[in-house]
Every structure is written in structure tokens, then in C-alpha cells.
Write a protein that binds this ligand. Structure first.
Ligand SMILES: [Zn+2]
Length: 286
């Protein structure tokens, strides 16, 4: 799922020119056996594979191809790789838009609703999307085999990027995985069944905090600063704490007081005494 999410966020202005250069070098190599062109293509692919796991699969496919002793120059596999490179270079922005449209209309809990199956059902007629911007599913090579202890699942047998997108999207619908935009970073993140989080836990740059941690902290501080019960309790607590330091009251008395004060605060939080009554209690308490 993370690979699909990060794919639709890739900067196509950076990735597309690289892919175009790779495909023209690949074409050169497969037609003239120019080894420099092949080396250049592999170097660029090496850089691409750092950017996304889908490109890693493309790299592996090309690597197997160039090191295959039985390869016949310009045969079907050479051609298929070239077609894939050209198509991906050309269509990355379109793939990204189609994924995003699929999120909006089918998977996004806030925009589409909680039931991806129902949304998918109403957005397609046979395999044809009713919205022209929506992703179009095609037949993909899928097998079926044991994947984890005690369980068999469909397994994709393809190195094509479009097939991987296709497979990820249909798996989300089948497994009822929805997405939501994070309240902090604005990126989409997956929502597993019956979980409703507002902040994502998606990978961030090294040294940065995950949105969910930031979100939890902001919520806590906001709640505390908005809460009048907590404020008056905090004020009294600080006052008394200062008095221990000054030696005016002893530690045990302070502990006893704070235990009672917390119990009163709880009563106030739950509504069994009013804010005024709590304030009065604090004033009168010794
Ligand atoms: Zn986030």
C-alpha cells in the first residue's frame, strides 16, 4: 500500500525525463548493440530504483536481460521492455491522476464513504469506468498460492508498473482498505478496517516526527489549554508546589492534597460537581 501511495506522489518532472533518456538508450542498445548506451541506461535505472520500488523491479528486469547469455538482439523481450519504458515515461502523470481519482471516488472515507466495494460497484460498468479520469482495470497475470502461514492469496506475476497499480487498487477494494488525507501533512494514508485515525504514520525524512505523534501532542496541548477545569487545577497545584519548595508545607501533606484534588477534578470532569464548586473546593482545601 505504501508503494502505491508514494508512487502517486512522485515528481514526474524529475522521473519522466530520466525514463525518456533510459528508453532512448535502451533502443540504441537493442538495435546497434552500443554498450555505452546500455551502461548509461543501467546507470539511470540505478538512480531511479532509489526513488521508488516499482523502478527497482524495472531495473531487475533490465539487469536480467542484459546478462542473459541466450538473449537474441531485438527479440520480443527487448521490445517489451522498450515499450514499457516508453509508456511509463509518457504516462506517469496520467497514472498518478487515475490513482488519485480512484482514491476520491472509491477509497477515500471522507469523500467516497466507508464501503469501497459499494463505491467501486457504482463507478464501473463492466470494466469500464463511468468517470473518464478514473483508473481502468485490465486483465493482469495473477496466480494463487500460499502466502503466509495457513493462508493462500492471489499473487501478481508481472513486472509492469501499470499491472502493479492495477493489482494494488483492486486489492484495496477486496480487502476493504480505505484511505484518508492526513490532518497534518495532507497526504493520503491507509485506514485498516474499523480504525479511524486523523493523522498518518507514513515514513518521514530522517530526524522528523511521524504525523501521528505530532497530532497526538497537538491534540493534548489544545485540550489542556482549552480546559478551564485543568487550568484552575494547574494554577493551584503550582502554587502549592512552590510552597513545598519554600518549606511552608511538607511533602506528605502535598501528596495528600494532590490526591484529593485529582479526585475532585475527576468529579468536575464528569459533571457531578460544577466548575464553581471545584473552584470553591480548591480555595477551601488545606
Ligand atoms: Zn501525515
Amino acid at each position: 500500500m505504501e508503494s502505491l501511495l508514494s508512487f502517486q506522489e512522485l515528481d514526474s518532472e524529475v522521473v519522466s525525463p530520466l525514463l525518456k533518456r533510459i528508453s532512448s538508450n535502451w533502443e540504441k542498445w537493442t538495435t546497434t548493440e552500443d554498450r555505452d548506451a546500455m551502461t548509461a541506461a543501467m546507470m539511470d535505472l540505478g538512480e531511479l530504483k532509489q526513488r521508488h520500488i516499482y523502478f527497482q523491479l524495472l531495473y531487475t528486469r533490465c539487469y536480467h536481460r542484459i546478462s542473459d547469455p541466450k538473449r537474441i538482439r531485438g527479440d520480443a523481450e527487448d521490445q517489451q521492455i522498450l515499450t514499457e519504458l516508453q509508456e511509463v515515461a509518457e504516462q506517469i502523470p496520467q497514472y498518478q491522476k487515475q490513482i488519485q481519482r480512484f482514491f476520491e471516488l472509491v477509497l477515500d472515507v471522507d469523500q467516497a464513504g466507508r464501503d469501497p466495494q459499494k463505491q467501486a460497484w457504482s463507478n464501473y460498468l463492466y470494466n469500464e469506468p463511468k468517470d473518464p479520469g478514473l483508473f481502468k482495470f485490465r486483465p493482469i497475470p495473477v496466480s494463487f498460492e500460499p502466502t503466509e502461514e495457513g493462508r493462500c492469496s492471489p499473487v501478481l506475476y508481472s513486472g509492469r508498473i501499470l499491472d502493479m497499480i492495477d493489482y494494488s487498487l483492486r486489492s484495496c477494494v477486496e480487502r476493504q482498505i480505505t484511505v484518508r488525507r492526513c490532518k497534518h501533512c495532507g497526504r493520503w494514508f491507509p485506514q485498516m478496517v474499523r480504525v479511524s485515525a486523523e493523522y498518518c504514520e507514513r515514513p518521514v525524512a530522517e530526524g522528523e516526527q511521524v504525523c501521528r505523534e505530532i497530532g497526538a501532542f497537538q491534540k493534548w496541548t489544545k485540550k489542556q489549554s482549552d480546559d478551564p477545569v485543568f487550568k484552575i487545577y494547574r494554577r493551584e497545584y503550582k502554587k502549592r508546589f512552590a510552597r513545598i519548595k519554600a518549606g511552608e508545607i511538607n511533602d506528605d501533606d502535598f501528596k495528600l492534597w494532590s490526591k484529593k484534588a485529582r479526585a475532585e477534578k475527576k468529579k468536575c470532569d464528569s459533571g457531578s460537581i460544577t466548575l464553581e464548586e471545584f473552584q470553591q473546593w480548591l480555595k477551601d482545601s488545606k
